[in-house]
Each structure stands twice: as structure tokens, then as C-alpha cells.
Write a protein that binds this ligand. Structure first.
Ligand code: KIV
Length: 271
């Protein structure tokens, strides 16, 4: 039996079992083949083709400009690399907010054209009809509550969400709506840790946190942030595991130096 065929692939059911036995779920973003291959090989449970590609890949200020076509391109590259993880793709801004039929047709395009395993969308009660319609086509849906970056111009800031009782109550009720509608998991972004703990304890489906404390069933970070490729973004919840910006810059500076000083290519590096 080859190594590949012995790898136990991650499904939505596997994630549910992980929650039941208290095993934490790991999730990272990826937008291209090379990075997806590395993080899948490292054993990540979920790869999110996030619309944060709009920021870290395309250099936009928000996630709003990225299109469905661009998300499909990123997802196709990621899916080609992944052998074990569950691949989830963000429905971009403007591809589902209009109506549930549009939400379904965007989701079908993602599933058909990329080979990904699930879609993710932001919102609670207001997207319930879309969640139900997408699920009726057999497409798994991950929810996203708290700081939802596609609504950044409504919030006006990237501050912690749901600190006050009214917003916290709405978040809890939205989480129940999403679970009842059939979402297989929910991302909670930038909310107080005790609120995330309460939602995690109350719901049967896995809760994945980003800036939501240690009690969530799993954690997600943007790959470019945790590797230190992005420099300007430094929220309190971010742990950097590397300083790749400096590492890559240093390597490129050495390459330039070697060319200018006629050190590269050397005798052994030519034909
Ligand atoms: O797009 C993204 O990267 C996300 C994560 C921050 C959860 O939605």
C-alpha cells in the first residue's frame, strides 16, 4: 500500500469526532499549490482558501474586491496539492449576499470547477435561506461569525466584536441558527474568549477560533501572518512562528550580492 493511500483523509465527520473526543482541530489558509503542499504534508486538518487572498496575495486593503473567478483559480491550485486535509473555500463578497439562488450557483461553481470539499460564508440569520439551499444540493457549509471582514465598512473598525450583551446575544442565537440549518462548523473571529467558550460548549458542531481564545474546538490563522511574511498586521491574537519576510529578503540580498561580485554562477553551476 502506498503512503498516500494509508493517509486518513479529513472529512466533516472526522472533525465532528475530533470535537467529541476533545482533540483540537488545526486550520490554516493557503492560496497556491506550493504552500498548500507544505501545510498538508505537515498534517494540517483544514486548509481554508480564504478571501484573505484579497489582502495577502493581491495587496488589497479589504477582502471585498476579490472575485469568484479569482477564488476559483486559488482553490484549483490548492486542491491539486492537498491529499489529506479538508479544503474549504470562502464564498467571496458579492457572490451570495444577493439571494439564495445566487449563493447556490456560486457554491456549485466552486465545487464543480475546483474539487474543494466545502464552502464558507459570513453571517447568521440573514444567510439562513442560502445555507439551507446550498446544503440541499449536498454541499457542506462552514459558517463565520464575530468579526466578519466582508462587513468591515458596516463595522467601521477591526476591533473585537460582541463585547456588549446585545451583540453577544445575537451571536449566540446566530450560532444556533447556523447549527440548526446544518453547517458542519463555525469560525468565530475576534470575540471575547468567554463568549467563544460558551458557544463551543453549547453547540455540537466544531467551533474554530481566530482571536477567540483557547476553548474553541480548533484554531485558524492566516498562513502569511503566522509565517511572518506580512509585517504590518500585528493583532494581539497573532502568534508568529517565523520571520519569513526577513529570511526571504536576506536570501534575495545575498543573491544580488553574489551576482554583482561575479561569485554566481560559479564553475560548478555552469555547463
Ligand atoms: O479569509 C480568511 O482568511 C478567513 C480566516 C481569517 C478565518 O476567513
Amino acid at each position: 500500500m502506498s503512503v498516500e493511500s494509508r493517509v486518513k483523509i479529513v472529512t466533516t465527520h472526522v472533525l465532528y469526532e475530533m470535537k467529541l473526543r476533545g482533540e483540537k482541530i488545526s486550520m490554516l489558509t493557503a492560496y497556491d499549490f506550493s504552500m498548500a503542499r507544505i501545510i498538508d504534508g505537515a498534517g494540517i486538518d483544514i486548509v481554508l482558501v480564504g478571501d484573505s487572498a484579497s489582502n495577502v496575495m493581491a495587496g488589497h486593503e479589504s477582502t471585498l474586491p476579490i472575485t469568484l473567478e479569482q477564488m476559483i483559480y486559488h482553490a484549483q491550485s490548492v486542491v491539486r496539492a492537498v491529499k489529506r486535509a479538508l479544503v474549504v473555500v470562502d464564498l467571496p463578497f458579492g457572490s451570495y449576499q444577493g439571494n439564495s439562488k445566487e449563493a447556490l450557483s456560486s457554491s456549485i461553481r466552486i465545487m464543480k470547477e475546483t474539487g474543494a470539499h466545502a464552502v464558507k460564508m459570513e453571517g447568521g440569520e440573514e444567510i439562513k435561506e442560502s445555507v439551507l439551499r446550498i446544503l440541499s444540493a449536498g454541499i457542506p457549509v462552514m459558517g463565520h461569525l464575530g468579526l466578519t471582514p466582508q462587513a468591515i465598512y458596516k463595522f467601521g473598525t477591526y476591533e473585537v466584536r460582541a463585547r456588549d450583551k446585545k451583540e453577544a446575544d445575537k451571536l449566540i442565537s446566530d450560532a444556533f441558527v447556523l447549527e440548526k440549518a446544518g453547517c458542519f462548523a463555525i469560525v468565530l473571529e475576534k470575540i471575547p474568549a468567554n463568549l467563544a467558550a460558551k458557544v463551543t460548549e453549547s453547540l455540537k458542531i466544531p467551533i474554530i477560533g481566530i482571536g477567540a481564545g483557547k476553548d474553541a474546538d480548533g484554531q485558524v490563522l492566516v498562513l502569511h501572518d503566522m509565517l511572518g511574511i506580512t509585517q504590518e498586521f500585528s493583532p494581539r491574537f497573532l502568534r508568529r512562528y517565523h520571520n519569513l519576510y526577513q529570511e526571504i529578503k536576506g536570501a534575495v540580498q545575498n543573491y544580488i550580492r553574489d551576482i554583482k561580485t561575479l561569485d554566481f554562477p560559479g564553475k560548478k553551476e555552469q555547463y
